[in-house]
Ligand binder design. Structure first.
Ligand SMILES: CC(C)(COP(=O)(O)OP(=O)(O)OC[C@H]1O[C@@H](n2cnc3c(N)ncnc32)[C@H](O)[C@@H]1OP(=O)(O)O)[C@@H](O)C(=O)NCCC(=O)NCCS
Length: 182
């Protein structure tokens, strides 16, 4: 873990790119291996980035990869659901909004692709992640007992996108609509 103090940088120096091919894979793997408790095999990484390259983003500072988000989406029961699998920012770059920017980009693509909701799991002890997702509007939908290999429970977090409301008033004249509203 790179914990030797914060790096001084301007927000405008961080470049965000969506997954661009095999050369990005080791950068993502290195970051996640360094910073997340759960170990993943190369097949897991490939599953996500090959099938949903447009849902994964990397953050670079002066050519160095300092953050990443990896996601997928698909049908789940009766919903079309986005899923955030991994979100990591290098320790020395944290607290400056990089994770928020990464995850917001993925969520926007999910929303534009017609997802009804976005979910993820986070360790119940992960205050940083829980605060970040809470601020973005995620709610705690479920507690999963000993979900991780390290024995820690998880919260399943969920963000629901508002469905477009039918515009009832289009069927009425302006006067009729005013009566309904009053
Ligand atoms: C969680 C993580 C991705 C956050 O990255 P980050 O770039 O520091 O996040 P941001 O700067 O965008 O933080 C945005 C908000 O999240 C919250 N937050 C982030 N880190 C926090 C921390 N350590 N303690 C409390 N709140 C925190 C704050 O609400 C912050 O809002 P603020 O700017 O008003 O303070 C990063 O700490 C990390 O990589 N952790 C290890 C991997 C991990 O736990 N990933 C999540 C798995 S679910």
């Amino acid at each position: 873990m790179e914990g030797e103090g914060k790096v001084d940088f301007k927000a405008s120096e961080i470049e965000y790119v969506s997954y661009g091919g095999e050369h990005h894979l080791p950068l993502i793997m290195n970051l996640v291996d360094q910073e997340l408790s759960e170990p993943y095999s190369i097949f897991t990484y490939r599953y996500f980035v090959y099938l949903w390259p447009h849902l994964s983003f990397l953050a670079f500072h002066q050519g160095k990869c300092v953050g990443t988000v990896v996601c997928k989406m698909g049908d789940h029961r009766h919903t079309f659901r986005g899923y955030i699998a991994m979100l990591v920012v290098l320790n020395s770059y944290r607290g400056r909004g990089i994770a928020t920017e990464l995850v917001t980009r993925s969520i926007k693509v999910m929303m534009d692709s017609g997802c009804d909701e976005v979910t993820l799991e986070a360790e119940v002890t992960n205050k940083g992640a829980l605060a970040l997702y809470g601020r973005l509007g995620f709610i705690r939908a479920k507690r999963l007992f000993r979900y991780y290999l390290n024995g820690v429970d998880a919260f399943r977090l969920k963000l629901l996108f508002p469905r477009p409301q039918p515009n009832y008033y289009n069927e009425y004249t302006a006067d009729e609509a005013r009566v309904i509203v009053d």
